[in-house]
Design a binder for this molecule. Structure first.
Ligand SMILES: *[C@@H]1O[C@H](CO)[C@@H](O)[C@H](O)[C@H]1NC(C)=O
Ligand SMILES: *[C@@H]1O[C@H](CO)[C@@H](O)[C@H](O)[C@H]1NC(C)=O
Ligand SMILES: *[C@@H]1O[C@H](CO)[C@@H](O)[C@H](O)[C@H]1NC(C)=O
Ligand SMILES: *[C@@H]1O[C@H](CO)[C@@H](O)[C@H](O)[C@H]1NC(C)=O
Ligand SMILES: [Zn+2]
Length: 568
């Protein structure tokens, strides 16, 4: 085979040196089990508790109360503690040893929400159900909900508390078809009241919401969100976060079993943004805002739609939605609603981008880069018949080649470095994590990965399964799609495969903390974080794919070339 890129010659010699793919196959021991390994503690304490038993018992009880798993004034018998601990470990997605562990302690020693939902008789100590969190049941029977401050904390200026709470309410009105406003002073009461109260030195909850329902509806004027004024509320992020969580209760949401959700009852020191599980909860109660989608383009020639979404806290100038038309024209979607042409070259066959950079590939194999620092396109690869596809992730650009190899742009000039063993079967798909771990799905279904900086012998076989047909990485999380329509997630901490979708999927897309699947019937689904629980975003039959951003932006591309944007 002729080596087309002059710069490949040098790296070829390095990566070809001594090892072959056989060295990789020898390492089959790294293959991952498909069930959570059950660690058996050497001498399990009969009650599952070790160390500070009093504190541990209290934590276990608090956890149970936060989910309504205990009747009022009920205690867990000592003999049942290991079962109770296993139930908690299941929620926290760690090995169910039945022995109080460090992770549980870290989670449960943090301040928590003191809201106690109604007792849920369907939850028993040793149930095996993989249920999502239960919605409260009662909800508001009107859609214009009012609130009022009863008093304020001395920790923050009043005007700031008012704007933070108003902003926290807006998180929910963006999701559900409800409106929220401050009650006029003339009104005798508001639906929801907000107050600050000292709860005493032994109280470790940062806030609670008491829910009073009259049958099916929440009772106007009886819903109080109470912040514990013994905490300092001068951190406006903590204040905002707590407000978003408590307002979730005041709208009828219970506690989530998804640790990353805002409605998870323990505050682990991380300000969590609204999670797909929170969204699914609000939709479950109030439905979706109408319209749910708007059409932002209807040109039959749109071909390749991408969203560039940097991991940085502040979005980059090049971040955004782009489409390539079959005419070769590249357009950027201005959030004001207009598509702006940024290049128009009949030779363009593919676009990709990440980390504030947009790339295009021409039919002759040349690759071009667009950044804001130079307003023109810069050529970063010579013409070559060897290029199949380019793929940008994190701050890297990779290339899949017809000879089966993978190459990486060096970052300067037109120099590329190969990172695939020459004797490996062809690469069919690449996916890379934010920390640049490169995953490579090979034609025979083998999954290999290499960690930055991809040394010549760095490929490790992770899985050998001929039913693997596609892969996706969101942030650091890895997913694979199998030919039976299932989607499997890799728990990289406990190191096992977990099926998160049983059947029906023909495509998986991951971005940041979001995972989407397209089903064979054309419907589009979003993963809520609980295995088996996905929320349907669209049931139409003619969607071809879904494109997402790190902040939850979602677009759908129809088989006819229509582009729709999710706005609810
Ligand atoms: C556990 O399940 C068994 C039957 O499946 C039941 O008899 C037993 O009472 C349950 N234990 C608890 C603590 O719920
Ligand atoms: C706010 O009002 C409650 C009564 O609803 C009272 O217990 C609490 O002390 C008040 N807090 C402040 C900071 O005034
Ligand atoms: C809600 O707060 C108000 C004002 O502090 C208080 O009078 C009322 O008793 C509280 N309601 C409940 C159900 O706690
Ligand atoms: C408040 O928190 C929400 C969700 O946690 C976040 O999306 C929002 O940007 C925050 N707002 C402010 C003003 O910090
Ligand atoms: Zn709560």
């Amino acid at each position: 085979m002729r080596i087309l890129f002059a710069t490949f010659v040098a790296t070829f010699i390095v990566s070809c040196s001594s090892r072959s793919i056989n060295d990789i196959t020898a390492r089959r021991t790294s293959i991952i089990p498909s069930t959570l390994p059950v660690a058996t503690p050497t001498s399990p304490p009969a009650d599952g508790l070790r160390g500070d038993k009093q504190k541990q018992t209290k934590n276990v009880h608090n956890f149970f109360k936060a989910y309504g798993w205990l009747k009022k004034n009920e205690d867990i018998p000592e003999a049942e503690l290991p079962a109770a601990i296993r139930k908690i470990q299941k929620v926290l997605k760690v090995s169910q040893t039945g022995v109080y562990d460090e992770h549980m302690d870290t989670v449960m020693s943090k301040p928590r929400c003191g809201t106690v939902p109604q007792y849920d008789p369907s939850e028993s100590l040793n149930d095996t159900m993989q249920s999502r969190y239960v919605l409260w049941g009662p909800k508001w029977d009107h859609t214009s909900i009012t609130y009022r401050f009863i008093n304020y904390t001395a920790d923050l200026p009043v005007s700031q508390q008012r704007s933070l709470v108003s902003d926290a309410f807006a998180r929910w009105t963006q999701i559900a078809p409800i409106t929220i406003s401050e009650a006029p002073t003339s009104a005798p009461r508001a639906d929801i009241h907000i107050r600050f109260m000292s709860m005493g030195p032994t109280e470790d909850t940062y806030a609670f919401t008491n829910m009073v329902a009259d049958g099916l509806a929440l009772s106007s004027g009886l819903i109080n969100i109470t912040f514990n004024d013994d905490y300092t509320w001068s951190d406006d992020r903590l204040f905002n976060y707590t407000a978003v969580h408590e307002i979730g209760h005041a709208l009828g949401l219970s506690h989530s079993k998804v640790e990353e959700a805002v409605m998870f009852p323990f505050f682990e020191g991380v300000i969590r943004p609204i999670h797909p599980d929170d969204q699914a909860g609000a939709h479950g109660i109030y439905g979706w805002r109408n319209p749910r989608w708007i059409r932002i383009d209807s040109v039959v020639t749109s071909k390749n739609v991408i969203q560039i979404s940097s991991a940085a806290a502040t979005p980059g100038m090049v971040d955004g939605l782009y489409q390539l038309r079959s005419t070769g024209q590249i357009l950027w979607y201005n959030p004001s609603g207009v598509w702006t042409s940024i290049d128009n070259n009949k030779d363009t066959v593919q676009i990709t981008g990440s980390n504030n950079v947009l790339y295009q590939r021409h039919s002759d194999g040349t690759i071009w880069k667009y950044t804001t620092s130079s307003s023109s396109w810069q050529q970063i690869s010579p013409a070559s018949a060897n290029v199949l596809e380019i793929y940008a992730a994190a701050d890297q650009l990779y290339m899949r080649r017809k000879d089966g190899w993978v190459a990486r742009y060096s970052g300067s000039g037109q120099t590329w470095n190969t990172i695939q063993q020459p004797s490996a079967p062809s690469s069919v798909q690449l996916a890379a994590s934010d920390s640049r771990t490169l995953w490579n799905l090979l034609a025979n279904g083998d999954l290999v990965r290499s960690e930055w900086p991809y040394t010549a012998n760095g490929w490790q076989i992770v899985n050998q399964d001929s039913t693997n047909i596609a892969i996706a990485v969101g942030g650091e999380e890895f997913y694979k799609l199998q030919s039976d329509g299932s989607i499997v997630w890799l728990d990289s901490q406990e190191w096992y495969w977990k099926t998160i979708e049983d059947e029906g999927s023909v495509r998986v897309v991951a971005v940041g903390r979001y995972v989407y699947s397209r089903h064979v019937d054309g419907s589009i689904w979003r993963y809520t974080g609980t295995p088996g629980v996905w929320e349907m975003l669209d049931g139409r039959a003619d969607s071809a794919t879904v494109v997402g951003g790190r902040n939850g932006e979602v677009c759908e591309v129809g088989t006819g070339g229509d582009i729709w944007k999710l706005i609810s």
